[in-house]
Design a binder for this molecule. Sequence first.
Ligand SMILES: Cc1cc2nc3c(=O)[nH]c(=O)nc-3n(C[C@H](O)[C@H](O)[C@H](O)COP(=O)(O)O)c2cc1C
Ligand code: SF4
Length: 435
Amino acid sequence: MATFEPVLLRNVGVEGARTLKVYESRGGYQAVRKALGMSPDEVVEIVKEANLRGRGGAGFPAGVKWSFLPKDRTHTLLCVNADESEPPTFCNRVLMESDPHQLIEGTIISAYATQSQIAYIYMRGEFHEQFHILQKAIDEAYAAGYLGKNIFNGDFSLEIYIHRGAGAYVCGEETGLIESLEGKRGWPRIKPPFPAVEGLFRRPTVVNNVETLSCVPHIIERGADWFTGIGPSHSVGPKLFCISGPVNKPGCYEAAMGITVRELIERDDMGGGMAPGKRVKAVFPGGVSMGVLSAEELDMKMDFDDPRNYSLLGLGTAAAVVIDQDTDMRIVLRNMARFYGTESCGQCTQCREGTAWMHKIATRIAAGAGRLEDLDLLLETARNMGMMPGLSICGLSDGATYPIETIVKKFRSELEEAIRSQPAGRVDRVLQVLN
Ligand SMILES: Cc1cc2nc3c(=O)[nH]c(=O)nc-3n(C[C@H](O)[C@H](O)[C@H](O)COP(=O)(O)O)c2cc1C
Ligand code: SF4
């Protein structure tokens, strides 16, 4: 096994790593000094050459996104997406609580590259502790002259504000986030116009994920070739992977992309294998919205390409949750459907009604009142929702269909068996309760 030197998590466990003093003693804030000595366009070019693809779920190249900003723009704004609401994802949380200055440094460089003089960090409302940790680090950076007017005694000025969300999954979607930052209901916007042209307060805006921006200082410091040398082509750079469920060592780990789901579960330096008596039945490898793998599909590579070969939506947040042999897939199906039914913002008919129907159908299956035809009904509903058929404003609706579709397709015999063996007479009683 090739040894991998952690980059993003290199300061985890180091005493005092959250402080400016220790961060700087370990090489911190050198990359930003280097970047400020370049032109903003040069910084954008390096990030483009590094092919840094967004870590927030869609995998869009960050440098390319930055170059969509109009050339003659004024008052550009940078939004750092720290909403992290995708179940079961927690890598942004780890980054913010263990190494807040790394994110601040990445934010400064990215703000400079995009010529944004204000950056908003939109943080998940439940991150109480992380908010205080990050705010303290921001205060330290202001006191050192690294934020505010004429940072590092140069021409560039930058203010960073943390905005705490109120707990809606859809506010992680970039235009839902923008609406929420404007003080409105977190309803995603119809695009175009895209945020790069007309975003927050109608200004040109870039939205990037915490992990994406945390990579930027390392790219500036070590170069684009170093970054592209890690992992398979198209899926380069260090990457964080979360693993949870009945494994011996749930947690957040760093590796090159291309490791398999099996490695993530079994490697001693990662999940450490299944807990005693537990076997893998299923894995959601990229956050639940990407869909599920069966136990026979654990050789899928965690990169931007391979998940499509397993009927998944993509790599997503690269956060895996393992389901064991004792778990009833009807309950998993119902939990997924309930989540999206609750989190749909309701603007698009197909998403609002589709997630509600799927929730109802999955609930009756879980309650022991399912009908065999319900499985096809779920598939048909899923097929008629989402951005991909061109029916919705945002990707929540696609994310809602993948777990449902893949559970039904990959665990159909288990679901059919469970429906066939429901106790007689139960159907009418449960339907009464549900109606
Ligand atoms: C329903 C939904 C929820 C999302 N939640 C998040 C989130 O919590 N954090 C995040 O970075 N991106 C989230 N995204 C993706 C963002 O819309 C956007 O693509 C991302 O913030 C861009 O950053 P990146 O290019 O650095 O990945 C979500 C997308 C959807 C459709
Ligand atoms: S797809 Fe769903 S969550 Fe997204 S805007 Fe439409 S209704 Fe809202």
